[in-house]
Design a protein around this ligand. Sequence first.
Ligand code: DX5
Ligand code: ZN
Length: 215
Amino acid sequence: MKHLLAPSLLAADFANLQRDIELVNASDADWFHLDVMDGVFVPNISFGMPVIEAIARHAKKPLDVHLMIVDPDRYIQVFADLGSNVLTVHAEACTHLHRTLQAIRAAGMKAGVALNPHTPVSVLSEVLPELDLVCLMSVNPGFGGQKFIERTYEKTRQMRALLNEAGCTAHIEIDGGVNAENAAALYAAGADVLVAGSSTFRAADPHAAIRAMKG
Ligand code: DX5
Ligand code: ZN
């Protein structure tokens, strides 16, 4: 499986956002990971539509939008219109997950589901055909710069086995605390997309950090 690296702009310098977007454009990274937080589903508020619209004007790689918001169905079309390529909702935030995933695809985007650390992979067993990406949270969502939860390796293996049994080739993305030390083990466990915020933008040499995490 091809390894994909998605720097999270949550760790970018928001006063120099265009500079940091150009850094990703010029790097070996594959996607832009955009973390949208509503202060309800998670205890933090990040950025919303006007900022994403500005990002989309400069970004030359796909936008991987991670919604940490309650009732995300309200905004599916809005995020499609903003140019999102992958739209990920949280299983814990969706009462009718099957319908939500169908609506994301119908709006022309890849459909992703994120699972909090406490949520077992089995909650996805009935929606595998509707999925293009599973995002396994390797920290509790809401903040960048947190410590990686080691249990994620086993959960990644379980998720890849579940997908394989169903003949499903969905991406497995790992989000939170990813760095050059754990990247190889995450790919080996079955992940193919790694999100990296702090370890990209706080690195002395972001280009080298990105290359190291792509493996
Ligand atoms: C956390 C976000 C992550 C975050 C990762 O709620 O979903 O995408 O930006 O940041 P790092 O890579 O610094 O752990
Ligand atoms: Zn994220």
